[in-house]
Design a protein. Sequence first.
Length: 209
Amino acid sequence: MSINQELHSLNNRFRGFYPVVIDIETAGFNARTDALLEIGITMLNMDEQGWLKKSNILHFHIIPFHGSIIQPDAIAFNKIDPFNPLRGAIEEQEALKIIFKVLTQEMKIKNCKRSIVVAHNANFDHKFLMAAIQRTGLKNNIFHPFVTFDTAALSGLVIGQTVLAKACKAAGLFFDNKKAHSALYDSEKTAELFCALINRWKKLGGWPP
């Protein structure tokens, strides 16, 4: 790896962490009791000039875990029918095993030691992710247990907006409100927003320090 490639690498930019953009759709607000219904993941790459870009995606519809609660208000909001057979939903553990396998390979390629959640209002998604990992008994959690990158806070600082749709538009990104609250769409738009914020900081001369 050249000096320039090393300087403009994900592991150097984020202190050895691999940022993974995640959006989770749920059947409520309680990560311990309410069902996780959908998870979208957008991976990131950094080119040789240090510009952050979207990469591969993962997307899963999730079968509500046994004994979980489905809050009517939540599914009325996100328009998800948890028991629709056409969803092609899989168990939490199966989805997480695939996620762990793919991200472990990505971290190895990018020489990163651990994944870190990037999300809009990240505390919510992080709590549901950690609860699912604990519930399924998966060992060697690849995600940082408490540190996140929150694009709501970052966009509030940089462009004065905290709502995802408004932040995207303020950053010059297209946002289709009709597609919102889909884990796949929201993870991709959050990834675009995160890239725009990181790249703007670079354009302003903030990186490399």
